[in-house]
Design a protein around this ligand. Structure first.
Ligand code: MSP
Length: 512
């Protein structure tokens, strides 16, 4: 039986158009999903949109539209982005779907049945743009007198009747859980932040809002809507068929789950979510992985500053696989990093055009020119060959370890060390010279190199699916053989390889 893995992106707020940060999380989940599928894992990849709450209601009012019509449009933009980024999602969930309303209300009833909900009044600070409550100690005062959260969001004083969730009751169970599952939140610094937050004491959490309408009604108390974060987190269960926990999809994928999230929403996934699940008597997910942010020249991207980067424009300008590669290669997943056009052009020209593009072009053109496209199988018989083959064989395991740790940039570094070794092998063996002196050896080197290219194509395929497949097409690799189970096998020599086409054209600097 194949292992199973459930991989989720956060569901995106539909108050504005998608930007590079949203594309980033989705591509990371896509790389992970594609890699796992090629590695014999049965994957369910979920993404979607978070459509309720005060922030969305406010954005719809500004746009002078009914919230449902407004969210329909913006949700579609997010879906188009996921498709444009070539994300292989299995489901795109929207929290305005009926199935989700039912699931969120069922979760509410489970929390209530556990005795974990009670009615009271919320008086305190609320940040609409984060949809989060803040304690006064977390806030600071700006020079103009407005109070701001650590995220920079403006907070408002709020006083309203509210239902509360007994979060305080889960302080010790959560600490015990973290102790027994030290890898629950990654990277480790985020786990430590969460542990100290919980150790600092948990207050009960307001989980309903009564001052606006746009949300899921609370069963039996229709003046309230469910707090948007409780509503939103349940999406991960809705997609698996919850509240029917006997559902085949549910039993198959829950709790073998990796939630990929940005560092700003770790508290919701690392504290509130496990507490809700404990209260509902459900098993907790395996991992929450928090990634860093893309900045623009060191600054946070925001609509008000006007420095938001549009991923669709980047696809037009540089190409889709080039963008996917850059996002995964340029910075380590847990850290923040700067987006610049200069860095992107540099990566494309040096890593893609020079290293990988040239390797494939050199090898495949020689196969055409010297062998008329017909490879001749051979047994590698000298030390240089053995070294090259061993390097390739070990590379898969290295990349697997890195991808499993969501260390995508390190996975790509390993692949690029193989590409560089293959380029050195070409220079060292010089098939163009062998052609005149030792034709048999030339055939051998071209066969080994073509097979190296096949392995490299399999390795880059989760990161750059179109280019990986183009390369595998040029090597006539059957689509059923594009998995890691075939990695250590050798290239078939039955077919005549087609005349190669270049995969990564260089970008001229002035386009930046
Ligand atoms: N709706 C909530 C998530 C609910 S999940 C149950 C939300 N939505 S969001 O649209 O504001 O953010 C979605 C994700 O995009 C977050 O993980 C956030 O970290 C990420 N990013 C937003 N801006 C980003 C960058 N500039 N860089 C990288 N990721 C960033 O939060």
């Amino acid at each position: 039986m194949k292992p199973k893995q459930y991989i989720t992106t956060p569901i995106y707020y539909v108050n504005d158009k998608p930007h590079i940060g949203h594309a980033y999380t989705s591509v990371a989940c896509d790389v992970l999903s594609r890699f796992k599928r090629m590695d014999n894992v049965d994957v369910m990849f979920l993404t979607g949109t978070d459509e309720h709450g005060q922030k969305i209601e406010k954005a719809a009012t500004i746009a002078q539209q009914e919230p449902q019509i407004f969210t329909d449009q913006i949700s579609l933009n997010f879906k188009k982005l996921a498709v444009a980024m070539n994300c292989s999602f299995d489901q795109f969930i929207r929290t305005t779907e009926t199935r989700h309303h039912q699931a969120a209300q069922a979760m509410w009833q489970q929390l209530n049945a556990a005795g974990d909900l009670y009615k009271g009044n919320y008086t305190g600070w609320y940040a609409i743009s984060d949809e989060a409550y803040y304690h006064k100690d977390e806030l600071s005062k700006k020079t103009d007198g407005t109070m701001v959260a650590p995220t920079g969001a403006t907070v408002e004083w709020s006083e309203e009747p509210s239902w509360f969730f007994r979060l305080s009751k889960y302080q010790q169970p959560l600490l015990d859980f973290y102790k027994n599952n030290p890898d629950f939140i990654k990277p480790a610094n985020r786990m430590n932040e969460v542990i100290s937050f919980v150790q600092g004491g948990l207050q009960d959490l307001s989980v309903s809002r009564a001052s606006f309408q746009w949300g899921i009604k609370i069963p039996d108390d229709e003046d309230h809507v469910i707090y948007v974060w409780l509503d939103a987190l349940v999406n991960y269960l809705t997609a698996l068929g919850y509240p029917n926990t006997e559902h085949e999809t549910f039993t198959k994928f829950w709790p073998n789950t990796t939630h990929v999230v940005g560092k700003d929403i770790v508290r919701f996934h690392g504290v509130y979510w496990p507490a809700f699940l404990m209260s509902a008597g459900l098993t907790l997910p395996k991992q929450v992985f928090a990634h860093g942010w893309w900045m623009n020249h060191g600054q946070k991207m925001s609509k008000s500053i006007g420095n938001v980067i549009d991923p669709l424009a980047l696809i037009d300008q540089y190409g889709l696989d080039q963008l996917r590669y850059f996002l995964m290669r340029q910075k380590s997943f847990g850290q923040d990093g700067d987006f610049t056009h200069e860095a992107m052009i540099e990566r494309i020209n040096s890593d893609l055009s020079n290293d990988l593009g040239n390797l494939s072009q050199r090898v495949l053109s020689m196969v055409q020119r010297y062998l008329n496209g017909k490879l001749i199988a051979c047994n590698p018989n000298n030390e240089t060959d053995q070294k090259m083959i061993l390097h390739a064989s070990n590379c898969l395991q290295e990349v697997r370890v890195h991808v499993n740790n969501l260390a995508f940039n390190r996975g790509l570094e390993s692949i690029w060390s193989l590409i560089s070794a293959a380029n050195q092998y070409v220079d060292h063996e010089a098939p163009w010279a062998l052609r005149k002196t030792d034709e048999k050896r030339m055939e051998q080197t071209l066969y080994i190199l073509s097979d190296m290219l096949r392995k490299i194509a399999l390795l880059v395929r989760p990161f750059m699916p179109t280019s990986g497949d183009l390369l595998l097409d040029q090597l006539c690799v059957d689509s059923a053989q594009r998995t890691y189970a075939h990695y250590d096998q050798w290239l078939d020599t039955e077919t005549v390889l087609p005349v190669p086409t270049a995969i990564f054209p260089r970008i001229e600097k002035h386009t930046g």
